[in-house]
Design a protein around this ligand. Sequence first.
Ligand code: ADP
Length: 461
Amino acid sequence: MRSEFADGNGTLWADRRRLRDYAKVGRMLLLQRIVIYSSAIFLAGAYYNWWIALITYAFTLAAEIYDGATFRRILVTRQWTEKAVRRSMRDIYIGTAISATVISAFAISFAILQGPETGHFMPLFMLFSAAVFAAINNHHFLPVLALRLTIYVAAILYIPIRDLWIVRPPLSSELWLHFFTVLFVLGFIVECSRSFLVGYSNYLRNLHNLEREHERTKAAYKTKTQFLSTVSHELRTPLTSIKGSLEIISSGILGEPPEKMAKPLDIATRNARRLADLVNDLLLLQKAEAGKIDYFFENADVGDLVQEVVERFRPFADRRNISITTDPEASGHFARFDKVRLDQVITNLLSNATKFSYDDGEVRVMLSHHEGNVRISVSDDGIGISDASRPKIFQEFSQVDSTNARQFEGTGLGLNISKRIVEAHGGAIDFTSKPGVGSTFFIDLPEEDAPAQSAPVKDAA
Ligand code: ADP
């Protein structure tokens, strides 16, 4: 069994697993076994001899108590060492030897009481059942199963051989037929045990491979996260200075740039901004994945924030001649939110709504009460989203059009980050959409009563 698991750790892992499985099954069946043995012993007592039945019962109970204590010890052990494994194995061998011997002695005693030429239906059936039970439930360790089966097989063979020895019948006698039948059934028990053993070993090997694969995936994921985080940090500093310098040049503070430079300067500035946005999104995503975004929750009027974001965003929309209309009665909707983070989410929805709108379109921002929530919705009459694309929308790096020739800029991170932020608020984000007609993205935040003046509360989510 040991050679299946290549390294030393694998062997200890397999031993531990086998021990736990063995103890779990053993404990689960403890009561069932006691009921079966008690009924069988009681019947034997009633039909044959109470003394033998009672003595067997006492030994059986003692064996079960010993096994029960072993199972318990195995199941509570957390630190497995080679020594602890050896000690548990010793206890299992002792328990197995005692219980198999008690059952065999019990069956042999009644077979002797029955005398030869009685078929020994009861003791042989008892022993066969016990052997099949062991094959089904005690197949975790080959040597343990082998020990138990050897004791049962010895008893099963002893009963008909003893009859043959005493009676010395001719080969045509039924006693010989009993003996051959016993051999045949023993073959069946061996085959049954073998297939349970093989099945369990395969299960264990697959489980071990799966666990190793899981560990490897976890390590690769950690490396990816570390790499992304380091690269993003390293990119951010030079990028911020490039972006800042380009903006200063474009602003004309250093003197009006020549006409010929206007276009390349604009391209450079826009792309530096895009790169900076991507790096910031990447950093935020890493933080969100690690659950390290700090939130400063505050009970405040959502309408005020929405109005503020819309006014700040309006110039961007104006550039494409897209008008933004807001709910005229937007105030009086209170919720607990982090102003900076929710600002970011609404800005992202506005940015998408304008980006995916047709020129001269309209974006509507509304506030409403919805099933105990404050609902912020951002609607556009843009290109819309098909049902087939729906599952991708909130995934990381996911864009409906992800081809190189795509028409719209973006990283595919905005909605994923938005979802994480909204969920950290105990809220939800979703959308309805029709291709070619438009989309409505909405955020639901648990509604609060208007606050008594209070200080912000810091939460790490
Ligand atoms: P990005 O906009 O940076 O690509 P997002 O995560 O914000 O990333 O959006 C993911 C994708 O969802 C977008 O690329 C786009 O395909 C789709 N999408 C988001 N908002 C809209 C919208 N208002 N109309 C149509 N498609 C949208």
